[in-house]
Design a protein around this ligand. Structure first.
Ligand SMILES: *Cc1c(COP(=O)(O)O)cnc(C)c1O
Length: 431
């Protein structure tokens, strides 16, 4: 399938080119030319399908022609080698645990899928591809892990010094090989700005093939739709209308959920739950989209003031506010409310939620106030251990460090400090 730029000033490209470019030359996000619904028999029989079969059916139309079926199946087998359980906490309230991958946050699937696609595409290319990515926390680790050792691909990760958790920092600074971590004296917004400047820098682009591994890249964004199908498979027999509440930052994950719905998956409603970075809740309330600088919170992976994927969501609904409002609600919550929710979930369900999942829980409960007879699923986007300090401060529980995390705890951090775009540029040109 081909992809077009949402800015409509660039040629349509294949899946392969969309992945390699990351963003269109007119700076628009790529979007698939069509979203062909899957047959009703697929959803009727989904309980009998394996994760890999579900994923193959769902992603095939977007990827076909560029990756042969047997290769695509092999990639999916590698990407999906862990579990995605739905755990029921209360009547009509369940959580979809997306943290059983190697870096224990949901970004593992998208990062691994993209890494495998790019690895495949660069097999027949002479030029190395450089992946440049800014992270507010979890993306860096997932990308570093997913791309480690992939031939023909170099990865450069920018992260804000002192503003990611200890575990997150170790996950992105200790791997070595084709992965370099640049520690930026600044905020996530500064990192993001440097990356965006690099993508516009003609001098750089003449020297190297740069691509992004943020969720603007279609190979990172689209596979996230698998989660919603895996959840549907597990709760379909409930027989109730399903609501998903997605803790959202850049809005890539929830946008993928809306694509799953376009594919024909029966869902009543989506809730985009945010921390105090409330650009989208404000938009859903007022119809006005006013991006603002991000505010630091305890759910740091969602500290985004201008969510890059929201434009894709608007496009999915032809920019029709009414029809978008029928399918999507969005609510904002403070850190205090988030901590209270973590406590509440712990006390009533004996379950440890991380701050992001707790925001999702709050969004779900708010929606269910007026829609009680729905089966609600909130996404647990990261393992609580990734936010050890916040979690142990908030609930009376000592967390056990899982083996995946233990592995990086003893490794030595390796980063290069930078404080300006010029430093980033000279690093890229000299490596
Ligand atoms: C990235 C991330 C989010 C936000 O996902 P988006 O697709 O950017 O909306 C939420 N929770 C965690 C733990 C994350 O790492």
């Amino acid at each position: 399938m081909n992809f077009y730029s949402l800015n409509e000033q660039a040629p349509n490209v294949s899946f392969k080119d969309a992945v390699i470019k990351g963003i269109a030359p007119d700076k628009g996000l790529y979007f698939p030319e069509r979203i062909e619904p899957l047959p009703p028999t697929f959803f009727a029989g989904i309980a009998d399908l394996s994760h890999q079969e579900i994923a193959f059916n769902a992603i095939h139309q977007f990827v076909s022609h560029d990756i042969p079926n047997d290769k695509l199946r092999a990639i999916l087998a590698k990407v999906l080698d862990f579990d995605f359980p739905v755990v029921q906490l209360e009547e009509n309230v369940a959580t979809l645990e997306l943290f059983h991958g190697p870096t224990m946050a949901f970004k593992d699937v998208g990062a691994r899928f993209m890494a495998n696609c790019l690895g495949y595409f660069s097999e027949d290319q002479d030029n190395e591809v450089t992946v440049l990515v800014a992270t507010s926390g979890d993306t860096g680790g997932a990308v570093a892990n997913g791309f480690l050792g992939v031939q023909g691909v170099k990865v450069v990760i920018l992260y804000p010094s002192g503003k990611v958790s200890d575990i997150q920092e170790r996950q992105l600074t200790t791997l070595g090989q084709n992965i370099t971590a640049l520690e930026v004296d600044g905020t996530f917004d500064d990192c993001q700005k440097m990356v965006k400047t690099a993508f516009l820098d003609k001098e750089l682009l003449n020297e190297m093939q740069l691509t992004s591994a943020n969720s603007i890249n279609v190979a990172r964004w689209l596979p996230q739709l698998f989660y919603f199908l895996f959840a549907y498979k597990q709760v379909k027999s409930q027989g109730k209308e399903i609501v998903f509440s997605v803790p959202s930052g850049n809005f890539g994950n929830i946008c993928a959920g809306l694509v799953a719905q376009k594919l024909g998956m029966p869902v009543k409603h989506f809730v985009a739950a945010t921390n105090v970075n409330d650009t989208v809740p404000e938009y859903m309330r007022t119809g006005e989209y006013n991006p603002k600088p991000s505010t630091a919170t305890i759910s740091n992976a969602m500290d985004v003031g201008d969510p890059s994927n929201f434009i894709r969501i608007r496009h999915l609904f032809q920019d029709n506010f009414e029809s978008l409002s029928e399918k999507l609600s969005s609510y904002t919550f403070t850190d205090d409310e988030t901590r209270e929710a973590m406590n509440h979930i712990y006390n009533t369900s004996n379950y440890t939620a991380d701050p992001h999942g707790a925001v999702g829980y709050l969004g779900l409960k708010k929606y269910q106030e007026n829609n009680p007879d729905t089966y609600g699923i909130f996404l647990e986007t990261a393992h609580p251990v990734k936010f050890l300090d916040v979690v142990e401060e908030t609930i009376p529980e000592k967390l056990e460090i899982p083996a995946q995390i233990q592995k990086v705890m003893n490794k030595e951090k390796n980063s290069i400090k930078i404080n300006s775009y010029e430093k980033l540029k000279s690093f890229l040109l000299s490596n």
